[in-house]
Design a protein around this ligand. Structure first.
Ligand code: NI
Length: 178
């Protein structure tokens, strides 16, 4: 397994719709493994493939004690409404309140190409929707008001003013001493 560099806001791959996978092969399984490792090292609860520069419909989630991959995911049902703060590994240090359906039913393929369904609420439902948005080229702050989005973007540019490019190397997470 290997850590993959993260694509940050500004990278065009974050703004395009990613392609269907259809056939889950060893290459996709390796991508899934690398994405889990990269998400863990980044202390994220979700990661989409285009965030590591791969425009395919693959994402991983680790939320509310449930850890799973989603390949060619679709949301079959969505109801209720819930607002909470979100962040994104591709827009570090920027957070905003996002309103989304509170309960969803997900359908996706797993790493073996088997189709599964999963009902989710709370943080898990939010993470799933956030990652599927990524696969459609949508970022969390597209859901906040225009005024708020301008503020968040201005803050992002201010904090990035000394940085160049939009690729961020991920370092291994330090071993935890218990
Ligand atoms: Ni994100």
């Amino acid at each position: 397994m290997s850590l993959l560099p993260l694509h940050l806001l500004g990278s065009p791959v974050l703004r395009r719709r990613s392609d269907e996978v259809k056939a889950v092969d060893d290459g996709v399984r390796r991508l899934v493994d690398d994405m889990f490792e990269t998400m863990d090292a980044s202390r994220g609860i979700g990661l989409a493939a285009n965030q590591v520069g791969v425009a395919r419909r693959v994402a991983v989630v680790d939320a509310d004690g449930d850890r799973f991959e989603m390949i060619d995911p679709a949301i079959l049902e969505a109801d209720g409404q819930d607002t909470a703060e979100e962040g994104c590994l591709s827009i570090p240090e920027i957070y905003g309140d996002v309103t989304r359906p509170a309960r969803i039913v997900l359908e996706a393929l797993d790493r073996h190409g088997a189709r599964y369904r999963k009902e989710a609420t709370g943080l898990k439902a939010r993470a799933i929707q956030h990652e599927i948005d990524h696969l459609d080229g949508i970022l969390f702050f597209d859901h906040v008001s225009l005024i708020k989005r301008k503020l968040l973007l201005a803050r992002w540019r201010r904090e990035r003013k000394d940085e160049e490019g939009y690729i961020k190397e991920v370092r291994p997470a330090p071993a935890r001493s218990e």
